[in-house]
Ligand binder design. Sequence first.
Ligand code: OGA
Ligand code: NI
Length: 343
Amino acid sequence: MINNHVQEIAAADCHQPPERYIRQEDKEYANFTTNGCEFSPAEIPVIDVSLLPSSPSELHNLKSAVTTWGCFQAINYGIESSFLEKVREIGKLFFGLPADEKKKYLREEDDVDGYGNDMVLSDDQILDWNDRLYLTIVPKHQRKIQFWPQNPTHFREVLDEFSSKVELIFEAVLKALARSLNLDEDCFLNQYATSEKIGARYNYYPPCPRSEKVLGVKPHADSSAITLLLQDEEVEGLQVLKDDRWFGVPIVPDALTINVGDQIEIMSNGIFKSPVHRVVVDSEKERMTLAVFCPVQSNQVIGPVEGLVTDERPRLYKNVTYSLDFFLKIFQQGRRPIDACKI
Ligand code: OGA
Ligand code: NI
């Protein structure tokens, strides 16, 4: 079943969000902090990606960010500020279209590509306060172009150009992560299957007057190898869990917030942390982000890379097939999928 769009619910004056969106904190992962309002800003390191190939100190900063926070604020990664503006603009224009126009791109029930929201897998599932437009961007022949909006007219062209830049960033970051551990720079990339799909997801979070009652996205870690997040330029909402506390991720102008996902945590034998994160909603302002999920391999086995399993650091994870089906099944049970991969 595909449920209603949150944008329509929010537009119809929603002083009491529908029952299915109301948080049940006792069912949320990391529910020990029930006070959702109390959180400090995260001091997430800013990393200049252009320096990573040449600067040992920047490489060290990267390693330190990803072993503690699991994420960093990337700058100078090869995309002009004016182009980022266009990438945001096409998303905003799309969500601003009349409902009927957007519904031309409605996703099918059992697929991820298209305009929609949570896959509803059970009757008692609590729903996220957001609408999404999910599009496979790489490899090109796997795109489902019928879901790529033709309105605004430049949508396809802009997202296509953005996609080629994403591939370069993905490669640069995976190489740098490997080098930061004194490994061969291709050791993570070697597990990348070029048939693997990279997906871009525009997330649209309408305001909710009872914002404390809902979550934009429930606590989760990403199943990807890395995720690139272009935040809203004004409205914050992303929080990361560290040392059993929630921290708000600040907006750094033009930065991409890059976090590692479960696949890198497994391949790095737990040295890099795939951070648990969630999204809170603003009571007055809408928020839009673009998340790009870059996996290495979801159909064949991945495991800790050679060189990271030693006598001092025994193997922490089994060799596993980290597929989306596996991930969703365990996530819906309120558990962390990666925990099921631990030895
Ligand atoms: C996600 C996600 C964060 C955000 O889409 O997996 O964590 O701020 N998004 O939109
Ligand atoms: Ni996420």
